[in-house]
Design a protein around this ligand. Sequence first.
Ligand code: XIL
Length: 375
Amino acid sequence: MMKRFNYLFILLIFLLSSCASNKVQEKETLKSALDGKFYIGAALNADQIEGKDEAGLRVLKEQFNSIVAENCMKSVNIHPEEGKFDFTLPDKFVELGEANNMFIIGHTLIWHSQLAEWFCVDEQGNNVTPEVLKERMKNHIHTIVSRYKGRIKGWDVVNEAILDNGEWRQSKFYEILGEEFMELAFQYAHEADPDAELYYNDYNEWHAGKREAIVKMIQSFKEKGIRMDAIGMQGHIGMEYPSLEEYEASILAFSNAGVKVMITELDLSALPTPDRNVGAAVEASFEYKKEINPYPDGLPEEVSKKWNDRMASFFQLFLKHQDKVKRVTMWGVADGDSWKNDWPVKGRTDYPLLFDRNHQPKEVVQTIKNLALRN
Ligand code: XIL
């Protein structure tokens, strides 16, 4: 009799405590559950920065503790003509981050894409000399970085300079200055804000060639004493690629070379990819076909389950390496905002982010919180 009472008592305590712990987990937000592990961030579009997307901002403030600008700090927008800067949105973006106590990231100083037309050429459209380009880069970087000195905590200094096979991308910067453009960019950024963290950011870094080239670059920066704090792994991933092992190999390789890792632009497309080697090359574009837009009215249950499981497995990987991964940033707040709806095929309906089109958390959000509280 007494024994049975003991069993019942233990069962009751167990049930009560598991209810209580579920309640705690429901109350947790992404940022509270991940506190002390890594920042959880989101890229912001113009509507969010201007306060027009109220639902998106509600989710942002509740769940995220880091932000990056999706477009407004790229040279075509922030420095459209030589000497003419437009700081309207970038100023608001930084104010929003400060008002909400967020870790603010600047994206991106030197990139071949969304590049201001004037940047690398003269009035006739010919490449400028190395001296002129150095001066322009220096002025661009000094002006922007020093404006937000101490407020923007980390910069994507150079974006996408290396190809999947490890060779240099033949950008205007490379054409005119050779490899030196990379080091110069980091030096100029460091001069403008010696306390800011500086990152090299790219996609497809799970390709062995790109991984090795980046490791060499980290080593060479270390030898020369040039500051580089982390490698940004964009993470525009699909249902079939990359494998977790490939992704993990790059986290380990960069960390072993002596820098931190930031997952900077995470989204997981639920749609078929027209070309798995496209990476995140923004200039790529494929013709729209109905067959490659299979879920215009919502994800079928089994696809949604696969999507949630795959996203969860990536977060599990990040948590496993929480000593190396310092931030995970989603490339947007909710599915409706995502660039993946229009890239690499215009006019599709994709489901790549943690919050759905109605700003409701997907199943994976609770899974991430549970994983975070256990790991
Ligand atoms: C994308 C934006 O999300 C789109 O709105 C824009 O039209 C093109 O650029 N790699 C990057 C990001 O570093 O800046 C890109 O952002 C996506 C790929």
